[in-house]
Design a protein around this ligand. Structure first.
Ligand SMILES: [Zn+2]
Length: 144
């Protein structure tokens, strides 16, 4: 793939350097059939270095996962080699099946069919609590 041009797909830009691999894992991009380019430590004017992910297909992507890891990122939707939409991300108020509760006594650890739900309780410090047991979400508790 020419990493500069994508016919149809996404360019996830302005990712804080080092976060692209987390987004890559969280979105399970390794399981896709289409082409994916992961560019780390790219130079940009806004930030000194940044990461970029290019996905060569308009697959369903969970923007909340990207926003949870990197709310500063922008998601560009590309059709026929043109950016048709730039999506600004916001810190999600609810995380549904993005992260798993670590509390062994939480109902979600025995009732496996329940959705994993976390609610944002502190916007400034990005603190989430489990909807069921109120456990605080640790930063790296991802569902991959
Ligand atoms: Zn819980």
């Amino acid at each position: 793939m020419n990493i500069d041009t994508i016919k149809d797909g996404y360019v996830i830009d302005h990712i804080t350097a080092g976060n692209a691999i987390k987004i890559y894992q969280m979105l399970s991009l390794d399981k896709l059939d289409c082409q994916v380019a992961l560019i780390t430590n790219a130079k940009s004017k806004k930030t000194i270095i940044k990461d970029i992910i290019k996905i060569g297909s308009l697959i369903d992507i969970n923007l909340d996962k990207i926003a949870f890891i990197n709310p500063e990122a922008t998601v560009n939707i590309v059709k026929n080699e043109k950016i048709i939409e730039k999506k600004k991300l916001e810190i999600p108020k609810h995380l549904i099946n993005v992260c798993k509760c670590n509390n062994p006594r939480c109902i979600t650890s025995t009732e496996r069919n329940l959705d994993q739900i976390f609610n944002l309780v502190d916007h400034k410090n990005k603190i989430y609590r489990c909807y069921y047991c109120e456990s605080t979400l640790e930063k790296e508790q991802f569902i991959f």
